[in-house]
Design a protein around this ligand. Structure first.
Ligand code: PHE
Ligand code: FE
Length: 279
């Protein structure tokens, strides 16, 4: 069954993936045989560049889990990763043609299935790509799914997403995803480190997020995070910092229904920090 493509934010560019081959739940088969030698080489080069700059910048939990992805000199087969991942935390990865709508996305996460885009960027996009590709999804997101506490957090997020959808609160909840799962920073014994996938898969934003004096870094606070807009096409101007994955889990455990109610009338914060006019 053919499904509609999804475009990320406002964009003039056509969606990249081939949605005609997706099932009703937006998953598809990873067509591993279709990758070209150039695709495998792009993955190898991205992996090599990014893994070299992790020490001192990436969370220890991420560095410890990265080898669980397996092969690094070509694009891995999802089944191989799943053998290890399922054993570790009962999560699985599933192939998708690209971004998918909210409800199918939340449903997959609630069922401990993480959607991974199966195509890779072109060599011209080596340094920067706006939408997620297989390198972002695999290298950025999958290692921490081997961490039991973080893995449970992502499932809870999916369950919370279905609830937020019913309450018309997806925009507020999406900001929590953005500022934790995508662009989160963590305070570790060795110093500040990145655990968000958008940072970990970006060669420029990894050192920027941890070391640059430019962005503001605030302790993660649920309501502040849900009120803060974000940019999808530049480095972040605000990052939220956690002390541990346990803290993240506990902070997000309460029922968000009254939180959404309270926040509805309140002004938002601009991506760079100050209070913004209500949209
Ligand atoms: N506690 C949230 C709710 O009641 C669900 C949630 C958990 C959301 C973890 C995000 C992360 O809606
Ligand atoms: Fe992502």
């Amino acid at each position: 069954m053919a499904v509609e493509p999804v475009v990320y934010g406002a964009s003039e560019r056509p969606p990249r993936g081939d949605y005609a081959r997706a099932n009703a739940d937006y998953t598809c088969a990873q067509d591993w045989a279709a990758y070209t030698a150039q695709d495998h080489d792009t993955y190898r080069r991205l992996y090599e560049r990014q893994s070299a700059q992790l020490p001192g910048l990436a969370s220890e939990a991420f560095i410890a889990a990265l080898p669980s992805l397996g092969v690094k000199d070509h694009i891995p087969r999802f089944e191989e990763i799943n053998e290890r991942l399922y054993r570790a935390t009962r999560w699985e990865i599933v192939a998708v043609p690209g971004l998918i709508p909210e409800v199918p996305f939340f449903t997959l996460l609630a069922n401990r299935k993480f959607p991974v885009t199966d195509w890779i960027r072109t060599p011209q996009e080596f340094d920067y790509i706006v939408e997620p590709d297989i390198f972002h999804d695999l290298f950025g997101h999958v290692p921490l799914l081997f961490n039991p506490v973080f893995a449970d957090y992502v499932q809870r997020y999916g369950q919370g997403g279905l609830k937020a959808h019913a309450l018309g609160a997806c925009e507020m909840l999406a900001r929590l995803y953005w500022y934790t799962i995508e662009f989160g920073l963590i305070r570790e014994p060795g110093g500040l480190r990145a655990y968000g996938a958008g940072i970990l898969s970006s060669s420029g934003e990894l050192p920027y997020s941890v070391q640059s004096p430019e962005p503001q870094r605030l302790p993660l606070q649920l309501e502040r995070t849900m009120r803060t807009r974000y940019k999808i096409d530049s480095y972040q101007q605000t990052y939220f910092v956690i002390d541990s994955f346990e803290q993240l889990f506990q902070l997000t455990e309460p029922d968000f229904t009254p939180v959404y109610e309270r926040l509805r009338g309140l002004p938002e914060f601009a991506a760079h920090g100050p209070l913004a006019q209500a949209a």
